[in-house]
Ligand binder design. Structure first.
Ligand code: F6P
Length: 328
């Protein structure tokens, strides 16, 4: 490893928590300690940065957390950090504790904060993509996405059991904010009759056609997976319109909600988080700043925060066609 000037770094988690964040914290703390860098955990994201909630972390402070959901550092969406006064206080805390580099784990809101802080005060920053939504450009997947996907899949499998027993139609809403990754992939994995995501223009008549066709093919029950950001309507509106069109249908609604944010991370998320935590610290040691560590085609890569914020992770259109064909 090349010579570096990093002596003390801070690490925090911010925005919506995601399974695997603890594995990332562990990797940051242990990599830093391995290379003789002091590491401070910052509690509750940018709020902790503003108020100086820093705790020195050694390798033993992150024992037995690789398998835990949530984040031991806690998380928050900080309103105060959006203000110049809040960021000034955060800078003063960094100076006081002689922290000149930060590892910021979170989604695009976290990244925007890191970028502006870097530009205003020159603090070296590296971001790690941690969000179940998988909506970050510059990495094939984000920490937490695989776990959330598997949680959604298991839940929808269970819904299918009861849907089949009662010949019912279920509209299941999954998370993802404005992105349809969880919906599309959990829908394919559970054989949903239709999947509605914001990245695709859907029409209510297409949905009705799908119901008619599947009835003709002898299907007695259906599960429709709907992304929370779907523009055609939410699950209540879609269920209402469907009932008006097909009065005989016995329709139920399930919103999976925050169950998708919790739980023990999958093997994939633990390994991803470990690689990115390591990559963030070694990236800082190489002098990188204002970038995000990601994994693309199984390689550790760094993308500028500017690009990670501006561009979007795109849905694989093949999956849309596959989902349609396989719902035959
Ligand atoms: O970004 C993660 C996420 O879980 C989104 O999928 C969802 O829209 C949002 O956070 C929910 O946020 P909150 O936990 O503040 O309700």
């Amino acid at each position: 490893m090349a010579e570096h000037t990093i002596k003390k770094i801070g690490v925090f988690t911010s925005g919506g928590d995601a399974p695997g964040m603890n594995a990332a914290i562990r990797a940051v703390v242990r990599t830093a300690n391995y290379y003789g860098i002091e590491c401070y955990g910052i509690r509750e994201g940018y709020n902790g940065l503003i108020h100086g909630h820093f705790t020195k972390m050694g390798p033993r402070s992150v024992s037995n957390i690789i398998n835990l959901g949530g984040t031991i550092l806690k998380s928050a969406r900080s309103e105060d950090f959006r203000t110049p006064e809040g960021r000034k206080m955060a800078y003063e805390q960094c100076q006081k504790h002689e922290i000149n580099a930060l590892v910021c784990i979170g989604g695009d809101g976290t990244f925007k904060g890191a970028k502006v802080f870097n530009e205003e005060y020159g603090i070296q920053t590296i971001c790690i993509p941690g969000t179940i939504d998988n909506d970050i450009f510059g990495t094939d997947t984000t920490i937490g996405y695989d776990t959330a996907l598997n949680t959604a899949m298991e839940a929808i499998d269970k819904i299918r059991d009861t849907a089949t027993s009662h010949n019912r139609v279920f509209f299941v809403e999954v998370m993802g904010r404005d992105a349809g990754f969880i919906a599309l992939n959990s829908g394919i994995a559970t054989g949903a009759v239709d999947i509605l995501i914001p990245e695709q223009k859907d029409s209510i008549n297409d949905l009705f056609d799908t119901f008619r066709k599947s009835a003709k093919r002898g299907k007695n029950s259906s599960v429709v997976v709907v992304a929370e950001g779907e523009e055609l309507g939410n699950v209540y509106e879609l269920a209402k319109k469907t009932k008006e069109e097909f009065p005989a249908y016995d329709i139920r609604i399930t919103i999976l909600g925050h169950i998708q944010r919790g739980g023990s991370p999958t093997c994939g998320d633990r390994v991803l988080a470990s690689r990115l935590g390591y990559g963030a610290v070694t990236g800082l040691m190489e002098g990188r700043t204002n970038v995000m560590a990601g994994i693309r085609s199984n390689q550790l890569v760094y993308t500028t925060i500017e690009e990670a914020i501006k561009k979007h992770n795109t849905i694989n259109k093949d999956l849309l066609q596959i989902s349609e064909i396989l719902a035959l």
